[in-house]
Design a protein around this ligand. Structure first.
Ligand SMILES: Cc1cc2nc3c(=O)[nH]c(=O)nc-3n(C[C@H](O)[C@H](O)[C@H](O)COP(=O)(O)OP(=O)(O)OC[C@H]3O[C@@H](n4cnc5c(N)ncnc54)[C@H](O)[C@@H]3O)c2cc1C
Length: 443
């Protein structure tokens, strides 16, 4: 480190990864400045008052098997509570609505999911080092690993003896899980999720959709921000980053240039085309930015009259892939949460059109109000949670991990463990990027 003064690092973005990176750097004597384009902190985690309730516009569910978020939950003395189990499950296949219990629905998913998860043990012996086997001496294994990055996540079901009902259920599940089209979704991510969940569907469901924070995500991201000395300048987009081996300069939207010893960019892939990098990023990283991730979907909150305890699935072709009852309010209404693969197929703020969509399962449900945030249309995300297109598990997120200059990337999109999808990965990279940078600044 420079002996006469503390090093100074600029962080672009005040989501989980930016806040955690700032905390890690400050704890090691670095001066930090954070510039955030939006008028709030939290990024793709955003607890807001809507429909008469605190609702998560982005991240909701957490789990003790996700090591980085769990550390924060312990650190800030937070607690979790479960989402409700549904009384009735509905699923659409070949235009027919079926119904049963949630346990029956899960049982029907077990067989196709086992096929989709196939290879998870040999491909991911160390789930937090997802490209580990590329170093293997087993050429055949590497070939099969590479091949598994191509095609779509449902391809595994096409040649087998799977019924249309099983394929449609898996389609609905992964349209929600990838939050994008299943046909273009790299099959490797599903196998990686399986490896992060002891290869068990029940644990995967528990990790991604069961436990949420008492007090919401804001209870954590506001607590991290409160631990910082660094100024967080809101409403201030970074438009350009000039980077060398010894420093970096960021240009703010008003033209101001801020010099520092390094910059950590935490903007998601979908927002990177708004930043001019000088020198330009390597061609293969630029190609990933141009292609974007597979995350073209949405999350919606739907308030309906009466108390209804349900979960419902629908395959490609239906704007909503999954809805589930989340809150039963005292005024005899229920708030459902929903996910679909294509944000252009729904108006998140139009109850009437949403009513038409959920008629497919339950014509009697009366939609009162809806809300959500269109993360794909939002210039500061351009996507929802990061999920890889075909080929991007091997040629996507990892291209942003190593740089030869003082420009560094952090963010869930580049995580090794829960890569892209959850806050856990944002925290992981906030820590690891900050630590690698510290080592470099001390050299
Ligand atoms: C709908 C939805 C549901 C989700 N559900 C879950 C869930 O249930 N559980 C879970 O753990 N995770 C969930 N996630 C994922 C989770 O929200 C993200 O993985 C995590 O919040 C990403 O944090 P980050 O810091 O990497 O990125 P972000 O939160 O996106 O932070 C990046 C920040 O950079 C800012 N920024 C971008 N460009 C610029 C610029 N040019 N100048 C200045 N600032 C800029 C952005 O405004 C943003 O604040 C969900 C995400 C979405 C969208």
């Amino acid at each position: 480190m420079h002996s006469m003064r503390s090093p100074h690092v600029t962080i672009v973005g005040a989501g989980f990864s930016g806040l955690v990176a700032a905390r890690e750097l400050e704890a090691n004597g670095v001066d930090v400045s954070i510039f955030e384009a939006r008028d709030r902190i939290g990024g793709r985690a955003w607890t807001d008052e809507r429909l008469g309730h605190a609702l998560e516009m982005g991240a909701t569910w957490v789990h003790w098997m996700q090591p980085f978020i769990w550390t924060e939950i312990a650190r800030y003395d937070r607690s979790i509570h479960p989402s409700p189990v549904a009384d009735t499950a509905y699923w659409i296949s070949a235009g027919q609505v079926h119904s049963g219990t949630e346990a029956e629905l899960d049982a029907k998913l077990e067989r196709p999911q086992t096929e989709i998860f196939a290879g998870s043990r040999e491909f991911f012996p160390f789930p937090h080092d997802p490209l580990h086997i590329l170093d293997s001496a087993d050429a055949d294994l590497i070939d099969r690993f590479r091949a598994a990055d191509e095609g779509g996540v449902l391809d595994a079901l096409r040649d087998g003896d799977f019924s249309q009902e099983e394929i449609d259920l898996a389609d609905a599940y992964w349209s929600a899980g990838y939050n994008g089209h299943t046909a273009s979704a790299s099959p490797l991510m599903a196998k990686h999720w399986a490896a992060l969940s002891d290869h068990r569907l029940s644990l995967l469901d528990e990790q991604t959709l069961r436990y949420k924070l008492v007090g919401g995500m804001r209870g954590i991201y506001e607590a991290i921000a409160a631990d910082l000395r660094a100024p967080i300048t809101l409403n201030t987009a970074v438009t350009a980053v000039a980077h060398t081996e010894s420093g970096a300069a960021v240009t703010l939207a008003d033209g101001t240039v801020v010099d520092s010893d390094a910059v950590i960019v935490t903007a998601p892939l979908g927002a990177l085309d708004r930043i001019a990098f000088v020198p330009e990023l390597p061609a293969e990283a630029r190609a990933v930015i141009d292609a974007g991730f597979n995350s073209t979907g949405f999350k919606i909150w739907i308030k309906v009259r009466g108390h209804h305890s349900l979960i419902a699935y629908a395959p490609t072709g239906h704007p909503l892939a999954l809805i589930r009852s989340e809150y039963f309010l005292d005024d005899d209404t229920t708030i459902l949460v929903g996910f679909g693969p294509d944000h252009s197929r729904i108006d998140l703020h139009d109850p009437q059109s949403v009513q038409e969509i959920i008629r497919a399962w339950r014509p009697d449900l009366e939609v009162i109000e809806t809300t959500g945030h269109d993360w794909v249309a939002d210039p500061w995300s351009g996507q929802t949670w990061a999920t890889p297109r075909s080929g991007q598990f091997l040629h996507g997120w990892s291209l942003f991990r190593d740089t030869s200059t003082r420009l560094r990337f952090a963010g869930a999109d580049w995580a090794s463990g829960w890569n892209g999808v959850v806050v856990d990965g944002a925290i992981e990279t906030g820590i690891t990027t900050a630590r690698r940078l510290l080592a470099d600044l001390r050299r």
